[in-house]
Design a protein around this ligand. Structure first.
Ligand code: FAD
Length: 313
């Protein structure tokens, strides 16, 4: 019920105005969002890199409803990538990975815009990949709700022909994902495995937590046994432990852990200090409100933190 209320609030313009106007929101925003603009995003990246972490940045712009907005998101990414390179934050860690890279939601660059959406998103994604290559960085395509999975994987295939280091995201809650993992567990293929963040019907997704976790482990096994580069995106202590154990079993260092900015920061540092590559997903941009509300809806305990911040100075 709480989740439903928060998701409803995330769509209410009135609640958004109230929350955005509250000066105390700043502390909450600073915890989960890397900043409202490129300067702040670069500063947040620098801080994380100095702490021994790697970064993927997501420009917050999911509600793209026309081409003009899609073009603006592409130029935001181009600007960001140029700035990251100028700041020396895109050093390569290996053939497939860079210190800082970007995560892109295809819906933000036109995927949902009419019948030509796929074509437009592919063209825009190519521009971002080109800018990433020039900067020495890489691109990962975020995964959105299940109605976009085929389109996103199709666009990924096309991009990989020219930009083979482009990363994919697969969601363990989808019933199809174990098969997608098998398809993508190939040499040179970067795959982020997450549980999945959207409300999905039982016809396509596991709805019980245990089933999602079991699917995550099966998918993790397929990716770790394969020849690609698995990116284990989870805050779940049990899954992190299983990932670390599998890496030992396969005697591989060719994988990384990923977590969201502001979520379990101590664990992020602990894993990095133990020699793991840990990438922090840093959302930034003026449209932080919808993002923040979804994070709160994911984990009701965060509401307490949010409420405390709203009532204290
Ligand atoms: P959960 O089941 O949410 O949590 C498991 C356990 O982790 C909890 O019991 C607790 O012990 C710990 N934990 C979780 N959250 C917190 C917290 N806030 N504070 C303290 N402890 C906590 N989803 C998509 O659908 N598409 C994407 O492209 C995508 N990209 C992502 C990229 C990254 C780097 C990450 C980390 C997540 C991404 N997600 C994406 C979101 C993901 O699908 C999950 O919704 C989200 O990560 C929560 O799942 P979890 O694995 O952390 O496990």
């Amino acid at each position: 019920m709480l989740r439903t209320a928060i998701l409803a609030a995330s769509r209410s313009a009135r609640v958004q105005r109230l929350v955005t106007a509250a000066p105390v929101s700043r502390g909450v925003v600073n915890r989960f969002v890397g900043g409202a603009d490129t300067d702040a995003a670069v500063a947040a990246t620098r801080e994380l890199v100095h702490a021994g972490l790697t970064v993927t940045l997501d420009h917050l712009g999911e509600d793209t409803t026309d081409r003009r907005q899609a073009v603006a998101v592409v130029s935001a990414y181009r600007q960001l990538l140029g700035r990251l390179a100028d700041a020396g934050l895109t050093a390569r860690l290996g053939p497939l990975t860079a210190t800082a890279e970007v995560s892109v939601k295809l819906s933000a660059i036109g995927q949902a815009l009419g019948t030509d959406g796929d074509k437009l998103a592919l063209e825009h994604a190519r521009e971002i990949c080109q800018a990433a290559r020039a900067a020495g960085a890489t691109v990962t395509l975020d995964m959105e709700d299940h109605t976009t999975t085929d389109s996103t994987l199709g666009i990924l295939r096309e991009l990989r022909a020219d930009f083979p280091d482009t990363g994919a995201v697969l969601q363990a809650y989808l019933r199809r994902t174990e098969g997608d993992c098998r398809d993508l567990a190939t040499a040179g293929s970067r795959v982020r495995l997450c549980k999945g963040a959207y409300r999905e019907p039982a016809s396509v997704a596991y709805t019980k937590r245990l089933d999602v976790d079991l699917s995550y482990v099966r998918c993790l096994n397929v990716l770790m046994a394969g020849e690609g580069y698995p990116m284990l995106a989870t805050h779940d202590p049990r899954l992190i432990e299983i990932g670390a154990e599998r890496a030992k079993f396969y005697a591989t260092e060719a994988f990384e852990f990923q977590m969201l900015y502001g979520v379990r920061p101590d664990e992020q540092r602990r894993l990095a200090e133990n020699g793991n590559t840990v990438r922090v997903y840093v959302p930034y941009g003026a449209q932080w409100y919808g993002y923040l509300m979804r994070r709160l809806a994911e984990r009701p305990a965060n509401v307490e933190f949010f409420a405390r911040a709203l009532t204290s100075r």
